[in-house]
Each structure stands twice: as C-alpha cells, then as structure tokens.
Write a protein that binds this ligand. Structure first.
Ligand SMILES: [Zn+2]
Ligand SMILES: [Zn+2]
Length: 304
C-alpha cells in the first residue's frame, strides 16, 4: 500500500500539501516508485503521475494530473486530462475540467438521507441492525440488500468499477451498456455522408465520426469541420419506410442544428446517407441509428 512507501513526492491542493503516498493510501491505491504509476488495488486503473518526479515536490494544483490513462489491457488510451476521485458511491475517473466531460455524462444523484427512509423503497421491509440500507448509485434511493444487490457498470457517471444499483436502474444501465459497447464504436468509426451546410446548394462528401473524447463530430473531406456536441440543439433522424408504426423504417439522413460559438443564428446541416456503394450505405444507416440513440442520451444528460 501507498503508506508503506517512503516517497518524497508532494502534492498540493486547496487543502494543503500531502505526500503522494499518503494521498494514494487515502484513495485506496499505491504508487510504484520506479515507474510513477498509480494503481488501485485489484482494479484496472493506472494513472501516470507525470507531474511528479522522485525527490521533487509536485507543485501543481488540484488533483493529480494524467495525460495518459489506460485500462490494464492498454486498449482505451485517452489523451484528455482525467483525475481519480472518490465519492461515497465509489471511485470515479472524471475529467480535470468539468467542461471537458462527456456530453453523455450524468451527475451523481443526491442520496436520500438515511433518516428519511425507515423502510426499503421497493419491498417496504423495515431497516434494522440486520436489514441494512443500501443506496442505489444511479437514482440515490434507499433499498434493502435484496432489492439493490446487483453491481453494474455505470460509465455515464464515470465510475471505474460496476456499482450497486436497484432493479429498475439495472435495466436502464444495462441498456446503456449496449450503447457503450456497440453504438459508440459505430459512431467513432464513422460513415460517409453527403453534407449540405446551411442554405448552400452544394453538398460535400464527408466522413463523419464522433471524436474519441465524445465531445465533437469530426467531418472530413476536402475540408475538416468540427462540431462541438454541446453546441448541437437538435438532432433529427430522417427515415424512409411504409409502416406508420415505424417498424420497417430505415434511416436515410439527419438534420443537425447547432450554434457556433459567438454566432447569433443556428446553422443547419443536412446529412444524407451516401449512395455510392452498398457497403457505404449500410454503414451510414447503422451510423444514423447509433446517432439516434446518442441523441436520446444527450437530451437526457441535458435535462438532468
Ligand atoms: Zn427491499
Ligand atoms: Zn436506482
């Protein structure tokens, strides 16, 4: 454990100075003194303490900075600065700056105070010394162990590990994992579209993809455009199909409205699935379906 190491590294934040080893012990991990890697015991998170050098005080402010955070497999290398924070709900890897968070992120809920819930909010069993309270990390409500026993990943709240959730929230989170496992990858892989900007008569063939930090749509062709997801006001997926219920509809395009920083008016972009080959068309259709899901999460994140 970190406490056993005799490191000279110092960190400094609003609460004063502390030794890195103490800090690591405090949040339940340790620092490797040769590599400078921080690890939490039994977890797959590694945090390189780039601002720290052996024998030198770390004079940066705030939490430890990391410009390269990777899972143990090394697959998910991210360049954005992240920091590890411990909340009552668990360990979270959050962006250094709030503005750099994922547009699909959700805030942690306020926990229902213990004194306000004498009984399980699902099965109504009375809490006592044997029947203990547990808070669902997603909704913050109070349950008995039986009604809140599952631990499920919750990437939208930046949790490092799967966290305890009630039955209702488990369903929602599992559905979301589908988005993270499948649709998010589709969006990042990109697809080709004919894009018309504003009232222009001309359309351009552009490859559209979601940036790795989930904060931008990159459009690449003759020119490179970046649309910040936070600036998008509406996403409308255009479909074709014959059943009124929408069972057989197929996504053919997308209308995007966004406001450029400093601009007064909303800019509209029209994306039409590329027709130049069948495989391209299929890729574009899949991408649009993924974008449809992404838009739902996006609106939900904004409404919270
Ligand atoms: Zn219960
Ligand atoms: Zn819940």
């Amino acid at each position: 454990m970190g406490g056993a190491l005799s490191l000279n590294w110092l960190r400094e934040d609003g609460r004063g100075r502390s030794y890195v080893s103490d800090w690591a012990a405090e949040i339940g991990g340790s620092v490797d003194r040769t590599t400078g890697l921080f690890s939490t015991v039994g977890r797959v998170v590694w945090l390189r303490l780039e601002n720290c050098q052996l024998g030198h005080p770390w004079t940066g402010r705030g939490a430890m900075s990391s410009s390269s955070v990777a899972t143990a497999g090394g697959a998910a290398l991210r360049r954005d600065g992240k920091k590890l924070v411990r909340s009552p709900s668990g360990l979270r890897m959050v962006p250094e700056h709030r503005a750099f968070g994922s547009p699909f992120g959700l805030e942690e809920p306020q926990w229902v105070p213990d004194k306000e819930c004498p009984r399980c909010m699902q099965c109504d069993i009375k809490f006592d010394f044997i029947t203990r309270k547990h808070h669902c990390r997603r909704c913050g409500k109070c349950f008995c162990d039986k009604c809140c026993s599952k631990k499920v990943p919750l990437p939208r709240m930046c949790f490092v590990d799967p966290v305890r959730q009630c039955a209702e929230c488990v369903l929602v989170s599992q559905k979301e994992m589908e988005f993270y496992d499948k649709q998010l990858k589709v969006l990042m892989n990109g697809a080709t579209f004919c894009v018309t900007i504003g009232t222009s008569e001309k359309s351009e063939l552009l490859v559209c993809r979601l940036s790795n930090n989930q904060r931008y749509l990159f459009l690449d062709g003759e020119i490179h455009y970046e649309i910040e997801i936070a600036q998008i006001s509406t996403v409308q997926i255009l479909t074709e199909g014959f059943t009124p219920g929408g069972g057989n509809t197929r996504a053919t395009g997308m209308l995007l409205q966004y406001k450029e920083p400093g601009a007064q008016d909303v800019t509209q972009m029209k994306f039409t699935a590329s027709e130049d080959s069948n495989s391209n068309k299929k890729q574009s259709t899949t991408w649009l379906a993924a974008m449809h899901k992404a838009a739902k999460l996006l609106y939900e994140s904004r409404d919270q």
